[in-house]
Design a protein around this ligand. Structure first.
Ligand SMILES: [Zn+2]
Length: 143
């Protein structure tokens, strides 16, 4: 299933090729302080492929906090946060914000609340390597 998404102004857009075809899409409302303030509700498909397109990469700001292992890609024009990445062992992993989806039947979304407070950094990175999208292209992950 190909899922398109974008920030509000369209500067950051993505196509997520969800494989295999999903019967439901987990939508995890993260309870961290950043995601609470930004409405971050994340999903990922470990076997999927994510292509991100930045119309103007200079209008994307990057934010990290806490362990600084996750990079939030924030559109500096409209303020939306469609993608988060984490570079682990030289490989880029990512999750996408279901609130940035353009064309998904909301009935497919299986919503839950999650909190990762208290998780050690090693456990956190191992979880991302297991669950996050491992085939990610087009994101600015340096600097
Ligand atoms: Zn935007």
């Amino acid at each position: 299933m190909r899922i398109g998404g974008s920030c509000h102004c369209g500067n950051i857009s993505f196509v997520l090729d969800w494989r295999p075809e999903p019967s439901e899409i987990p939508a995890r409302a993260c309870g961290c302080t950043f995601c609470t303030k930004h409405g971050g509700v994340w999903t990922s498909c470990p076997g999927g492929a994510l292509q991100v397109t930045l119309r103007d990469a200079s209008r994307v700001s990057h934010y990290a906090f806490g362990t600084h292992t996750a990079r939030f890609h924030v559109c500096s024009t409209c303020g939306a946060v469609p993608v988060v990445s984490s570079t682990i062992g030289g490989r880029v992993f990512a999750v996408v914000n279901v609130n940035a989806f353009d064309d998904v039947d909301p009935a497919l979304l299986k919503r839950s609340a999650v909190t990762f407070d208290g998780e050690s950094e090693a456990v956190r990175l191992a979880r991302r390597q297991r669950n996050w999208i491992a085939d990610v292209r087009g994101l600015d992950v340096d600097g």
